[in-house]
Design a protein around this ligand. Structure first.
Ligand SMILES: *[C@@H]1O[C@H](CO)[C@@H](O)[C@H](O)[C@H]1NC(C)=O
Ligand SMILES: *[C@@H]1O[C@H](CO)[C@@H](O)[C@H](O)[C@H]1NC(C)=O
Ligand SMILES: *[C@@H]1O[C@H](CO)[C@@H](O)[C@H](O)[C@H]1NC(C)=O
Ligand SMILES: *[C@@H]1O[C@H](CO)[C@@H](O)[C@H](O)[C@H]1NC(C)=O
Ligand SMILES: *[C@@H]1O[C@H](CO)[C@@H](O)[C@H](O)[C@H]1NC(C)=O
Ligand SMILES: *[C@@H]1O[C@H](CO)[C@@H](O)[C@H](O)[C@H]1NC(C)=O
Length: 795
């Protein structure tokens, strides 16, 4: 003999683990241990033919006690220590007589122990099936890894009633993840996502939770050595999980794994390694988790707000939708965040703040809190824009679904067949208006030294920022009213009068609706307004206006005027819902405006912000521009004042009482006679023998702009008009501002614009006054405001 036997043994012992020719080392005796260390120092326990190894696998900087396919290059892991706990280098796993496997670090701190059925361990074996088994001295099994499965099932392994697999957290993080495979008490195999903290199981995306009848009830999941997986049932029937026509055999390795993305896949791999051999999927459930995962609770296959689709290998890909971004950059499958705030406090200016991105084929089913139908795409967007709860609107055919955050069960799939509009914030609300706010004493245009106070007078009512969105809003409004009119037709086809889409009520209906005209909302120039509730598709709160005195012949014209009013559709007008005409009774039914009249907002103790005032002023201007120029029948309001401007739930200005002038004025010709309107707001031409045109409304608008702030400070101070003009002329515009309102000072350019526009509006010569359309353009800054001339040259 050329070599001494200790030398040979030595070589064999050293080489074997790496060649995986582990015959003869299969039995692990009590007291044996393995130490977590890098590859060249580590040892493992091998199965008899070397197919599997038990030992420490390096995971990042730590080690995971696990079982893997030793012969497959990527050393596919099939079992790991419960919970995926990783341990530092130097940790040790030892077979102990009393508690089976014992995992602890170099200082003796215990991480895990296998536990055992009662008894004393005498040896352990890693079976060539991949099962690590601990026996007592009578070769009775006390513990095995097959009975404590993690995320993988292997041939010969069974899963009984109550058995559970947990997915990993990610491909490389073995901590228990979000998905579960459970073999329920009722014998059904289900897959479900779960709550990570409490382990609460969400509704399954595969399988059935309802009980089955006894003879079909499954009691075990089996995995044959040939690679077939099936459920064995009470009457010895089987339900094949492996259904594909593929011929499997023992010539392959087989495994089924619940992947970290929730998909259960069975794979095979040739035992004979040739170049390019790899795991090949045989089947998977569910076919498409992105579509199948639905239910209450949980985020779906991906995190909240994320969107799921399958890649070419039919595995899950999660991608945050446009305008959203990952909450945790390291977790692509996690949740996405958006910069849309669900704070409803700043409700008035949604169009200033938000915009949409449009994406296709994407949906988050089950997150709807509102379903609107029929409705156009534009109106769908508009509804979402003006709804602080709405984060996403889906539009398909003529339906609109509004969804709120967080979104769950997101999926991208051609069958969705609709458009998703995702709201995003254009401005950072948290710091809005802050950076550029000048303090009192800063250099402001037109500011005079020594003046610490100011008030914005003049026409400062409100301004607005909305230039950019103006077009969008207008377009959206058109969409809205188009749809609305369609909807109304749809709802009351029979009751509609010929040309209008408003409903005809009987006086009886309105007595009932208002509970006998019980709750008075206010008294206007034309009569008393009562609150009521009518039944449309649902209960709708309305304001019922009882017109007390029609002019002579007014009754004749009532229906004509109702028709004209009914044809107006604008975001800044109060909508007419219906009317009643019975003998001497004339009533108009309007939509109810929750925020009441502008007058009460202006005189309430809490002063509305400059931004809100902007918003309202622009709304009024737009509504008037519409009445003057965009209606099929031009409408002169004749009585613009804060009492006739209502505010809806988003604090949009809504003009009311338009279209009534003709009915209620003594003479509806455009040449003068009776004076309509409210003292202070009426244009001078009413008193002269000049024709009354739309410019009377422009005048009233200018007064309204001006009065808003003036009334706070100066009450009935006379000839404000001239004072504002004087201030402007003398470059003392800052005198018009008081109270050191920071939000006003910081927006000075717009304040100037408003003052100048206001002065233009109150020109005595109507022809010098701009049209309302021009007014909106100037307020928005779309066109420049020329320096105004003195409003009353005759003065
Ligand atoms: C492996 O386990 C199977 C099933 O329990 C058993 O029949 C076989 O003898 C075991 N092999 C070894 C080497 O223990
Ligand atoms: C796995 O994820 C858990 C939970 O996020 C984390 O605590 C742990 O450190 C991760 N482990 C590794 C190895 O990355
Ligand atoms: C179903 O089986 C359970 C126990 O396995 C038994 O208690 C029950 O009576 C059976 N039900 C029927 C309808 O046979
Ligand atoms: C299930 O698979 C086994 C093995 O291929 C086959 O013999 C049996 O017919 C299959 N059963 C069903 C219901 O498909
Ligand atoms: C699909 O996703 C899986 C899991 O993330 C990945 O391993 C695989 O390479 C991907 N396949 C393709 C074709 O992109
Ligand atoms: C919000 O997100 C959108 C889309 O990513 C982005 O265009 C916009 O600037 C963001 N808004 C703010 C205030 O950061």
């Amino acid at each position: 003999m050329a070599y001494s036997s200790p030398y040979i043994i030595c070589i064999i012992l050293f080489v074997l683990p790496y060649l995986a020719l582990a015959q003869g080392i299969e039995t692990v005796s009590v007291g044996s241990s393995l130490t977590a260390a890098d590859k060249d120092k580590a040892t493992s326990w091998y199965s008899f033919f070397g197919d599997f190894a038990f030992g420490f696998k390096k995971v990042q900087d730590q080690y995971l006690l696990s079982i893997w396919y030793e012969n497959i290059p990527d050393k596919t892991v099939v079992w790991f220590v419960n919970g995926g706990t990783t341990v530092p280098a130097g940790s040790k796993v030892q077979l102990t007589a009393d508690h089976g496997l014992d995992l602890s670090d170099s200082k003796g701190k215990e991480f895990w122990r296998s536990g055992m059925l009662a008894g004393t361990a005498s040896k352990a074996v890693l079976n060539d099936t991949g099962n690590f088994m601990i026996f007592n001295s009578h070769s009775e099994k006390l513990w095995d890894s097959f009975s404590n499965p993690t995320d993988t099932l292997l041939p010969t392994q069974t899963l009984g009633i109550g058995g559970t697999l947990y997915s990993r957290l990610s491909e490389t993080n073995f901590t228990k993840g979000r998905f579960q495979l459970r073999f329920l008490d009722n014998g059904n195999l289900v897959l479900n996502s779960r709550d990570l903290l409490t382990n609460y199981a969400y509704y399954p995306y595969y399988g059935d939770v309802s009980p089955s009848t006894n003879d079909t009830q499954g009691y075990q999941i089996q995995f044959s050595t040939a690679g077939y997986m099936y459920i064995v049932k009470g009457n010895d029937a089987t339900e094949n999980l492996t259904t594909k026509g593929i011929i499997l055999s023992e010539a392959y390795y087989h495994r089924a794994i619940l992947h970290f993305d929730g998909i259960l896949v069975q794979y095979y791999h040739p035992r004979e390694l040739t170049k390019g051999t790899k795991w090949t999927p045989v089947w998977q459930i569910p076919e498409n988790i992105c579509l199948d995962i639905l239910g209450m609770g949980g985020s779906g296959a991906c995190g909240f707000n994320n969107v799921c689709r399958l890649n070419d290998s039919r595995r899950v890909v999660c991608e945050c939708p446009e305008s959203y971004s990952l909450l945790d950059l390291n977790d692509k499958y996690g949740s996405c965040k958006t910069n849309v705030s669900q704070n409803c406090d700043n409700n008035g200016f949604q169009e200033d703040v938000y915009d949409f991105v449009e994406i296709s084929d994407t949906n988050w089913p089950l997150n709807d809190y509102a379903h609107l139908e029929p409705i156009s795409e534009l109106e769908c967007k508009n509804q979402c824009l003006n709804d602080c709860f709405c984060a996403v609107a889906i539009h398909r055919e003529d339906s609109c679904w509004k969804k709120k955050l967080p979104l769950s069960y997101g999926k991208k799939e051609p069958s969705v067949n609709g458009k998703a509009f995702l709201k995003f914030s254009k401005v950072d609300l948290s710091t809005k208006n802050r950076p550029n706010t000048p303090r009192v004493g800063d250099n402001l245009p037109y500011r005079e030294k020594g003046k610490g106070t100011l008030i914005l007078v003049g026409s400062v009512l409100l301004g607005s920022s909305v230039f950019v969105n103006f077009v969008l809003i207008i377009v959206a409004c058109f969409g809205f009213f188009y749809i609305y009119s369609k909807k109304m037709q749809h709802l009351q086809p029979a009751k509609s009068s010929v040309e209008t889409n408003v409903r005809h009520f009987t006086s009886h209906e309105l007595v009932e609706a208002t509970n006998g005209f019980k709750e008075e909302l206010g008294r206007g120039s034309f009569g008393i307004v009562y609150k009521g509730v009518i039944q449309m598709s649902s209960s709708v709160i309305v304001a019922v206006k009882k017109i007390d005195s029609l002019i002579q012949d007014g009754a004749k014209e009532f229906k004509t005027e109702v028709n004209v009013i009914a044809q107006t559709h604008h975001k800044n007008l109060v909508r007419l819902v219906g009317y009643c005409e019975e003998e001497e009774h004339h009533l108009l039914v309007y939509e109810y405006m929750v925020n009441g009249i502008l007058a009460s907002l202006l005189f309430s103790s809490v002063k509305p912000s400059w931004a809100l005032r902007n918003h309202i002023a622009l709304g009024i201007a737009r509504g008037l521009a519409y009445l003057h120029e965009e209606c099929s029948t031009q409408i002169i309001h004749c009585d613009i004042k804060p009492q006739n401007i209502l505010l809806d739930e988003h604090y949009n200005a809504r003009i009311s009482d338009f279209g009534l002038a003709k009915l209620l004025m003594l003479n509806q010709s455009r040449t003068n006679t009776g004076i309509r309107g409210t003292k202070g707001y009426v244009a001078p031409e009413w008193f002269r023998n000049t024709p009354v045109t739309v410019k009377v409304d422009v005048y009233s608008y200018g007064v309204l702009l001006r009065n808003y702030l003036l009334q706070e400070k100066f009450g009935d101070k006379a000839i404000l008009t001239d004072w504002a003009w004087d201030c402007f002329r003398d470059g003392r515009m800052v005198d018009l501002v008081e109270n050191n309102e920071e939000d006003i000072l910081s927006d000075w350019e717009r304040v100037e614009r408003f003052v100048m526009v206001g002065i233009w509006c109150i020109q005595e010569d109507p022809s010098l006054r701009p049209t309302m359309k021009k007014v909106t353009q100037m307020l928005e800054g779309v066109v420049d405001v020329p320096d105004p001339t003195c409003p009353s040259p005759f003065h």
